[in-house]
Design a protein around this ligand. Structure first.
Ligand code: BTN
Length: 266
């Protein structure tokens, strides 16, 4: 893999992930497919991802040296988080398991990782990242879940082309760190993940919602959660952040239970 990003910029495409999957054999490891517009952008769990022309970052990273899609999520979401932190340093952004970046109660970025097979028995992962940059309030309100953008948060208009270069640098840097030391990127991703030590609601693939306390995230990416005193693992679904999750202090000895008593962190 080259340290200089190889970026393919498309004016308009259905989805950068779909394009990268169908051109997987021709694209080198670490290549980036970016588009100024996606006409059928895709999110997790069959959801749509809105990317009108020139308003957002829509990028897919071709990863030929990662077997486990979970680590593709780790690399990509850390790069997106780094870009947001550098671009708007006065704001707070956090990772929300499994693949989102939030500011307060609103989502600003999401990652969709897809396993793919090439022609000659090769395989890899296409890691797609979308970041809402210049979407305005009316466009955000048309999205069916609470969403935000850099512009909505700061009132400023951003140069999407410049941000693409910066995102590309961060993606390649984290991919290289991952290839040398997966445990380093995993530790950073866990540290920046909001959910550990918090009470959240989890929604499974059938839509059932359960209130849990998140104890940890396992090395395969599963959420380790606790409900009624028993621990279980959760892998497919979403975490919902509630006002209580945002108010609740983490379990670093400072959290409280439902009655306000200190939590047992042993
Ligand atoms: C999600 O939050 O559910 C994941 C959103 C992923 C969106 C990105 S934009 C670039 C790439 N191409 C797609 O069609 N989806 C991903």
């Amino acid at each position: 893999m080259h340290t200089e990003p190889h970026i393919l910029e498309l004016e308009s495409v259905d989805s950068t992930n779909t394009y990268a999957k169908s051109h997987f054999d021709e694209l080198p490891d670490g290549a980036l497919v970016a588009a100024w517009e996606q006409t059928s952008g895709r999110g997790r769990l069959g959801r749509k991802w809105v990317s009108p022309h020139g308003k957002n970052l829509s990028v897919s990273l071709v990863m030929k040296n990662v077997e486990n899609p979970f680590y593709a999520t780790v690399v990509t979401s850390l790069a997106a988080l780094e870009l947001l932190g550098k671009t708007a340093p006065a704001l707070e952004f956090f990772l929300k398991w499994p693949n989102d970046i939030y500011s307060g109660e609103r989502k600003i970025s999401g990652v969709l990782c897809e396993f793919t097979r090439g022609g000659e028995g090769t395989n890899g992962v296409i890691a797609g990242v979308g970041i809402n940059i210049n979407l305005d309030r009316a466009e955000l309100d048309a999205i069916d879940r609470p969403a935000t953008s850099l512009k909505a948060l700061t009132g400023l208009h951003y140069d999407v082309k410049k941000l693409l270069r910066e995102l590309a640098d961060s993606l390649i840097r984290y991919y290289i760190i991952y290839s040398r030391s997966p445990e380093t990127v995993f530790a950073e991703w866990k540290r920046r993940n909001f959910v550990i030590g918090r009470r959240v609601e989890i929604e499974d693939a059938s839509g059932a919602v359960t209130r849990v306390l998140v104890r940890d995230i396992a090395e395969n990416g599963e959420l380790v959660a606790e409900r009624n005193g028993s621990t279980f693992r959760f892998s497919c679904g979403d975490v919902r952040i509630t006002r209580e999750s945002l108010d609740f202090r983490r379990l670093d000895g400072t959290g409280t239970d439902d009655s306000g008593n200190p939590l047992d962190t042993e």
